[in-house]
Design a protein around this ligand. Structure first.
Ligand code: FE
Length: 167
């Protein structure tokens, strides 16, 4: 999709484009999570990343379901935002020597990813509702709730002990 080709004319087009954007983002996240789990020292944090891996697969299946309902091909379009967030996560974790500080950095990176996803799924859910696509809205709301829950879990893990160990 070229920046000036004006391929997005309607809210339906925007809906499909953004679904493809998050489809690409989820696939990038799926590839990045095993490395994040490996870098984590705290066993609970490792578990959280592994659980996220399973949830990411669920989210991809839900998106494929939405594509099917809409009758459009399930495919991604490049999401430069997630590429940037993951690249930054990789840079910071590569430069962090202390194990506990690295755990704190990994959580902050995972939350940056979650917040991007919450922003996108929030818009997608609202557009599905506006377009009268109730079945799609239901699937998107499941993912949105899951992302918000993951974000809360990361916050409580950070505030509960990881940050204190790092400080
Ligand atoms: Fe994006």
């Amino acid at each position: 999709m070229g920046l000036f080709s004006k391929d997005i004319k309607t809210i339906d087009d925007l809906f499909t484009h953004t679904l493809r954007d998050v489809y690409d983002a989820e696939n990038q996240i799926l590839k990045a999570l095993p490395g994040m789990a490996e870098k984590a020292s705290d066993l609970r944090l490792k578990d959280v990343f592994e659980q996220h891996l399973g949830e990411t697969e669920d989210r991809l299946r839900r998106l494929e379901n939405v594509f099917q309902i809409l009758g459009v091909t399930p495919k991604g379009v490049k999401c430069p935002a997630i590429d940037g967030i993951l690249e930054e996560a990789d840079d910071v974790s590569g430069e962090t020597a202390d194990e506990a500080v690295l755990d704190a950095a990994l959580i902050a990176s995972a939350q940056a990813v979650a917040h991007y996803a919450i922003a996108r799924y929030g818009a997608l859910f609202a557009w599905a509702k506006a377009l009268g696509r109730e079945e799609c809205a239901q699937l998107l709301s499941e993912t949105l709730a899951e992302e918000k829950n993951a974000d809360r879990n990361l916050s409580s893990l950070a505030e509960g002990r990881i940050n204190r160990k790092a400080a």
